[in-house]
Write a protein that binds this ligand. Structure first.
Ligand code: HEC
Ligand code: HEC
Ligand code: HEC
Ligand code: HEC
Ligand code: HEC
Ligand code: HEC
Ligand code: HEC
Ligand code: HEC
Ligand code: HEC
Ligand code: HEC
Length: 296
């Protein structure tokens, strides 16, 4: 095994110098470091040098120092491919982020690595070392989503009442068991494996004696656009009945699709505007404990 001393003597592999040696040339970074959550890796006694302080991320510094700051002789994140960044950070963060299968997340597959959102030395947030306030980090690449949250009806993300990570896990999310057929879009699961919506809209959670399969199987997105909408209640369609008729349409008591979905009964005269306000009568549209037809 190489000791620090022998490697210097032989001019072989670079060795660990400890964080204090970086101070001469990077004073601001070293002085600020005690406020960084990563200072823990330096403060805890007995950490191996490759997991401690500056060199815990940047690797052994002796040759970089001997060469008066040659950046090819140190791990410089500005030069690393995204896979290498992931690998570096996951030496310590694999356990907490492994659950989200970060290596297979859409961000990782699109070469967006940790430093696309986090900044170790230049963070602007009190928590989580984000490069900027969370929504601004995300809008940096997802500019179109800002417009969705500026619609007349929306979740108040732009106003600061909610964040993207209330619904998404930017580190990735496994395919959920609701809305099985659709892409997961890194939508986070809560309470075991439910849509994140249930965290806040617990009254929609059920279980109900009479479930509306549209909610239970297809998911909230069958009728709502989660970011924002031009229509009240974040509905996908301007009029409720057009939404319902997407599934409850056709002739006969079951529609022509052969999917077992009931058509609106003949008692419902669609020419009569009264019948178009489906949820005036079907008031418990998300599920009911009292009425099979969700009437109460
Ligand atoms: C948790 C991993 C980690 C630790 C610990 C760490 N750095 Fe960094 N360092 C980075 C990353 C990632 C970057 C790329 C820029 C960023 O994310 O802020 C970076 C960038 C730098 C830069 C380039 C200048 C800049 O601000 O972009 C210098 C110099 C540097 N680090 C020195 C240090 C020193 C000195 C220490 C110890 C006091 C240290 N680093 C500790 C990860 C780390
Ligand atoms: C003798 C002065 C000196 C010391 C001591 C020194 N550095 Fe540097 N370092 C530099 C200079 C100069 C640069 C800029 C090189 C360039 O831009 O080409 C640099 C660049 C870096 C970079 C690359 C930043 C980037 O991404 O562009 C990192 C990382 C870094 N130093 C980390 C460290 C760490 C960690 C230590 C302590 C183990 C350390 N340095 C000690 C002079 C020094
Ligand atoms: C697409 C943006 C993005 C990427 C890429 C990303 N993060 Fe995060 N990360 C966030 C956001 C946003 C939060 C704050 C989440 C919250 O507010 O609950 C966070 C929180 C964290 C936390 C603290 C909370 C927790 O879940 O443990 C750690 C640690 C973390 N990230 C590490 C990493 C590492 C390591 C990588 C790369 C392997 C990475 N992140 C990649 C956006 C990102
Ligand atoms: C040597 C181990 C180690 C490495 C490598 C490492 N981290 Fe950490 N990281 C930690 C520890 C320890 C904490 C503090 C955890 C705590 O406070 O419980 C932490 C905390 C964090 C946090 C959460 C900060 C908060 O406010 O909760 C983020 C974000 C983070 N690291 C990102 C990164 C990124 C990005 C990289 C790669 C550039 C990285 N880490 C590399 C050990 C490491
Ligand atoms: C550095 C650029 C970048 C940043 C920052 C970023 N993303 Fe992404 N994001 C991407 C790319 C690239 C993809 C994959 C291509 C795509 O599907 O749009 C993606 C995909 C996604 C997807 C899946 C899209 C789909 O169609 O399935 C979601 C959701 C997402 N990002 C949310 C976020 C959130 C939330 C944040 C902030 C915490 C964030 N992103 C920050 C670049 C970024
Ligand atoms: C109220 C929950 C919620 C919040 C808050 C939220 N999202 Fe989403 N987002 C979703 C759901 C659910 C989907 C999946 C929609 C689908 O598959 O049709 C989605 C889809 C996406 C997509 C892929 C589809 C598209 O429209 O491009 C991106 C990108 C995205 N979100 C980014 C963000 C960003 C960035 C933020 C914060 C600024 C954010 N989301 C906040 C629930 C949310
Ligand atoms: C972090 C909490 C939270 C999460 C998660 C959340 N919501 Fe909301 N939602 C709210 C709040 C608060 C309002 C009230 C509107 C406002 O912010 O002014 C709201 C409003 C709504 C409305 C409109 C209600 C009205 O009276 O106009 C719908 C529909 C809705 N949410 C559906 C969803 C769906 C679908 C999801 C999951 C994709 C979701 N929500 C996730 C907090 C949340
Ligand atoms: C079958 C279509 C459909 C599905 C699926 C659906 N909703 Fe709704 N939702 C509606 C309609 C229609 C309204 C407006 C009711 C009205 O006219 O008062 C509504 C209203 C709401 C409201 C505001 C009024 C209230 O009752 O609190 C919230 C919040 C809401 N939905 C959340 C959700 C959540 C969360 C999910 C997923 C668990 C979901 N919805 C699934 C059709 C649906
Ligand atoms: C995504 C498809 C979908 C949408 C949209 C949808 N439903 Fe349903 N609905 C179903 C399915 C599937 C069933 C169960 C099969 C059946 O009974 O037709 C069901 C059952 C019902 C039932 C109970 C039928 C019974 O006798 O058990 C009523 C009432 C109903 N839906 C009303 C509505 C109303 C009102 C709307 C609009 C707010 C609506 N549905 C939107 C798919 C949908
Ligand atoms: C004036 C009240 C009222 C309105 C408005 C209304 N319904 Fe109904 N609906 C009922 C009643 C009561 C029943 C159960 C008795 C029956 O079959 O007529 C029912 C039954 C149903 C059923 C179950 C049919 C079956 O075969 O069991 C469906 C599906 C349905 N309605 C869909 C809709 C849709 C879609 C709309 C809007 C276009 C709507 N309803 C508007 C009162 C209403």
């Amino acid at each position: 095994m190489l000791t620090a001393a022998s490697s210097v003597l032989e001019g072989a592999a670079p060795s660990f110098t400890g964080s204090a040696a970086c101070r001469t040339c990077h004073p601001a970074i070293v002085v600020d470091f005690f406020r960084n959550p990563h200072y823990k890796t330096q403060a805890i006694a007995g950490q191996p040098p490759e997991l401690s302080g500056c060199e815990g991320c940047h690797g052994p510094g002796s040759e970089h120092i001997a060469a008066k700051g040659d950046k090819t002789k140190i791990i410089a994140f500005s030069e690393l491919a995204s896979r290498a960044v992931l690998g570096n950070c996951l030496r310590c963060h694999a356990e907490s982020l492994g659950r989200s299968q970060i290596r297979r997340s859409q961000h990782s597959l699109a070469q967006v690595a940790c430093n696309g959102c986090h900044s170790i030395h230049g963070s602007k947030t009190a928590k989580y070392l984000l490069a900027r306030e969370q929504r601004d980090v995300c809008y940096g690449c997802h500019a179109n989503v800002r417009a969705q949250f500026s619609q007349p009806f929306k979740h108040r993300v732009n106003e600061g009442f909610m964040t993207c990570s209330d619904c998404h896990n930017p580190h990735g999310a496994q395919a959920p068991n609701w809305a099985m057929g659709s892409r997961p879009r890194m939508v986070d699961a809560v309470l075991g494996n439910e849509e994140p919506c249930m965290k806040c809209h617990a009254d929609k959670r059920g279980p109900f004696a009479y479930e509306h399969p549209a909610t239970r199987v297809d998911g909230c997105g069958a009728c709502h656009t989660p970011h924002g909408s031009a229509h009240t209640r974040l509905l996908k369609r301007p009029a409720v009945f057009t939404l319902c008729l997407e599934c409850h349409n056709g002739l006969g008591s079951f529609g022509p699709q052969g999917d077992g979905i009931r058509t609106t009964p003949s008692s419902h005269n669609m020419a009569d505007p009264r019948f178009r306000n489906c949820t005036v009568c079907h008031a418990r549209i998300h599920g009911s404990n009292a009425s099979e037809k969700f009437l109460r």
